[in-house]
Design a protein around this ligand. Structure first.
Ligand code: SPV
Ligand code: MG
Length: 294
């Protein structure tokens, strides 16, 4: 039998294979386990949801090493490859170098960096966000690629031109420059409520490098249209955090109102379920092996 691919190779395979792939958002060890349990083959470690789960804004308020700590919990909790949202790379080329080295050490299979400036602003806030200088951003990409210690590590360049109201020509020009600088794939982002500009981009881009998309705003687009457009990978970017917010709010309100758990117990995960998710059975097994017999 063939040896199992490394997580680096697994992410590369997901993004480069001809079938449409999906990455599901997670923001901590537990949500990472839930993504794996659901059958997904890769995780999107979202900057927005990791920040929000820490009670912070998506403005680089969490330091990059704090994010790295969260990633370590996520990697320990699952066997899935993780693509981390590296925001703008946390500084210039030199910060990207150190980030990529540390991600490789922790077994994080890839990073996506966006062509904006530190501290970043979430793409869905405001209008024309300042973009990075094209050549300076290409330096960040090159520095990242030169620093990876596993040949399958993926560096994905995220084009924010359409988000910032720039032209389709500029988006394509930037994507091409990033590909030439060594990016393994392009994430083309849009905040429109339909996918028209994504399809227009994909048509002109062709198959120069895999395309990754985040249909948070154009959420009603049928997934088959992404397939037909030759998209490589869809990121469901924030929906586990958002669903947990809804569930936690309902539970908190109900317990506060009822001053009782009577209407709660049947509708929330059991304590046994928590034990199972975090692997208590393995610990019991290990105790039989390592603790003196009673
Ligand atoms: C994230 O999940 O943090 C992203 C995607 O970067 S978005 O919020 O759409 O910018
Ligand atoms: Mg982000």
């Amino acid at each position: 039998a063939e040896p199992a691919p490394t997580r680096f190779a697994a992410l590369r395979r997901e993004i480069e294979n001809s079938a449409l792939s999906f990455l599901m958002e997670a923001h901590d060890g537990l949500s990472a386990k839930i993504v794996e349990e659901a059958g997904f083959r890769g995780i999107w470690a979202s900057g927005l949801t990791i920040s929000a789960s820490l009670g912070l804004r998506d403005s680089n308020e969490a330091s990059w090493t704090q994010v790295l700590d969260v990633l370590e919990y996520m990697a320990d909790a699952t066997t899935l490859p993780i693509l981390v949202d590296g925001d703008t790379g946390h500084g210039n080329f030199n910060n990207v170098r150190r980030l990529v080295r540390k991600l490789c050490e922790r077994g994080i299979a890839g990073v996506c960096i966006e062509d904006k400036v530190f501290p970043k602003t979430n793409s869905f806030i405001g209008d024309a966000q300042p973009l990075a200088d094209l050549e300076e951003f290409c330096g960040r990409i090159k520095a990242g690629k030169d620093s990876q210690t596993d040949s399958d590590f993926m560096l994905i360049a995220r084009v924010e031109a359409l988000i910032s109201g720039r032209s389709m020509d500029e988006a394509l020009q930037r994507a091409e420059a990033y590909r030439e600088a060594g990016a393994d794939a392009i994430l083309i982002h849009s905040k429109k409520s339909t996918a028209e500009e994504i399809f227009a981009f994909a048509e002109r881009w062709g198959d120069r490098a895999p395309l990754v998309i985040v249909p948070t705003m154009y959420h009603a687009t049928p997934t088959d249209l992404f397939r037909q457009a030759g998209i490589s990978t869809v990121i469901w970017a924030n929906h586990l955090l958002r669903s947990s917010i809804t569930a936690m709010r309902e539970t908190a309100a109900r317990i506060r109102g009822d001053e009782s758990l009577i209407r709660i117990e049947g509708s929330v995960a059991t304590v046994q379920d928590i034990f199972r998710l975090v692997g208590n059975a393995e610990l019991e097994e290990a105790e039989r092996r390592y603790l003196p017999a009673k």
